[in-house]
Design a binder for this molecule. Structure first.
Ligand SMILES: Cc1cc2nc3c(=O)[nH]c(=O)nc-3n(C[C@H](O)[C@H](O)[C@H](O)COP(=O)(O)OP(=O)(O)OC[C@H]3O[C@@H](n4cnc5c(N)ncnc54)[C@H](O)[C@@H]3O)c2cc1C
Length: 412
């Protein structure tokens, strides 16, 4: 293939990383198109909230036009807060406190973030385009093939098509993710009145059950500025999602406890969450009872494997497609955004200096594999420590430490 300083990029997948990269490249003046399998931008609820850490925030700051970055901050929850580890009755074992500086860790609503990432990209996103393969396209570069028979040609192809990636087997043939023993049934419940007591107002909580392999997570998402008003001011014309504050929760359990027949059945999943949380604090049981049924989601936790080789020159991958990780530590989305900003920067530098695009991609891959698989290892390690069956840590977390703390939320 001829080396050219003027190149185009095709991204498969309009999720967090694909859209973030498209924003970066658009700002850098690089021709980019995104091909998304879903038939439209908001056909799925796209999860609930996401915790943005310093890497995720830095990636957004580098990729987005200034008003869109401000929109992410102003619609997000207040920075800072706590993550509490408790027993099933919400007695504290220990607490992590996040800094509350202006650019510190905060929660943002995922649908709102997606709307922000989509802003200004309308003509560059093509829906109903499920990528199935990437091929050599001759002198023009690579050809991305879609399930509908269509194709798109670009110099560089980026697989950002999430955990179930259709392109992974071709681009990283030895890196199929490994299954883990754990799963989560997630839900969302309206946040009003005294659903969450003041003592937990700014806390995410991971409540561990008496037996290993079972826990319940919940956290409140309170919008800072209302998305409708903030979008009108900072991104007029972009779609502003509506909806009030909510609590996102998840029952964590072993995959073997999720019957195969329940896996696509929202009612059965919510019943499973109710059953699995029956002996937790009444606050937790109320959250499950008041959940919005259509927001119920099952996630089978997996862990990405380090790619040994990249098999298609000028094709690379980002985000969960490479390094899916169990959701312990809230690194998955942040790492995906970090990939996008890093790859964007490497490609923009290559264009500015005339360096070969292959070198830019190789540099991105080396750096990404280092930090991303560090994050995968940390998330998998945390999952093992918190939900594994080693008796000593479980006893310390659920029996010893909670006895040393006063009751935070009385069982009314
Ligand atoms: C319940 C839950 C809570 C989480 N909370 C956090 C958190 O607090 N912080 C955090 O950092 N991370 C969190 N994560 C992880 C985070 O959501 C993911 O790591 C992140 O979404 C990965 O981004 P991505 O761009 O790789 O993939 P995605 O955002 O999953 O996007 C992939 C896109 O590709 C599309 N697609 C799929 N197949 C194809 C195809 N063949 N062709 C074209 N398009 C295709 C999909 O429709 C989708 O739009 C959480 C995950 C879960 C399940």
């Amino acid at each position: 293939m001829a080396i050219s300083t003027d190149f185009s990029v095709a991204i498969s997948g309009a999720g967090l990383s694909g859209l973030c990269l498209a924003q970066y490249l658009t700002r850098a003046g690089i021709d980019v198109h995104v091909y998304e399998r879903d038939p439209g931008p908001f056909v799925r609820r796209q999860g609930y909230r996401i915790i943005l850490d310093r890497h995720g925030l830095a990636a957004l700051r580098e990729s987005l036009p200034r008003p869109l970055y401000r929109l992410a901050l102003t619609t997000g929850d207040e920075p800072g807060g706590h993550l509490r580890f408790t027993d099933r009755r919400l007695r504290d074992a220990f607490t992590i406190t996040f800094k509350d500086e202006p650019h510190a860790t905060r929660q943002v609503d995922r649908l709102t973030l997606r709307s922000i990432l989509l802003s200004g990209l309308d003509a560059r996103i093509h829906y109903g385009k499920a990528a199935v393969a990437v091929e050599d396209g001759g002198p023009a570069g690579l050809r991305l093939r879609f399930a509908d028979g269509g194709t798109a040609t670009a110099t560089v192809v980026v697989g950002a098509d999430g955990v179930g990636s259709a392109l992974r087997a071709q681009i990283m043939p030895d890196a199929e993710p490994a299954n883990t023993p754990m799963a989560g049934v997630y839900g969302r419940s309206p946040l009003h009145g005294d659903v969450i007591p003041d003592a937990l107002r700014t806390s995410g909580v991971l409540a561990l059950a008496d037996r290993p392999g079972r826990a319940f997570f919940f956290t409140s998402m309170r919008f800072g500025e209302s998305p409708r008003e903030a979008f009108a001011r900072l991104a007029p014309g972009s779609y502003a999602p509506t909806g009030g504050d909510y609590v996102m929760w998840g029952l964590l359990l072993r995959q073997e406890e999720v019957p195969v027949s329940a896996r696509g059945d929202l009612l059965a999943l919510r019943d499973l969450a109710a059953l699995g949380s029956a002996d937790f604090h009444p606050l937790i049981r109320r959250l499950v009872d008041t959940a919005e049924l259509d927001a119920t989601v099952l996630n089978l936790f997996a862990a990405g494997r380090r790619p040994g080789r990249w098999a298609v020159p000028r094709a690379t991958m980002m985000g969960d497609a490479v390094h899916v990780m169990p959701p312990f530590g809230a690194h998955g989305g942040n790492t995906a955004l970090r990939d996008a900003a890093l790859l964007g920067q490497r490609l923009a530098d290559a264009r500015a200096t005339g360096a070969p695009v292959e070198e830019a991609i190789a540099g991105y891959q080396d750096e990404m594999v280092r930090y991303a698989f560090g994050a995968v290892d940390r998330a998998a390690g945390l999952m093992r420590r918190l939900t594994g069956s080693a008796p000593a840590p479980h006893w310390v977390l659920t029996r010893l430490l909670p006895r040393l703390h006063p009751v935070t939320v009385p069982e009314a």
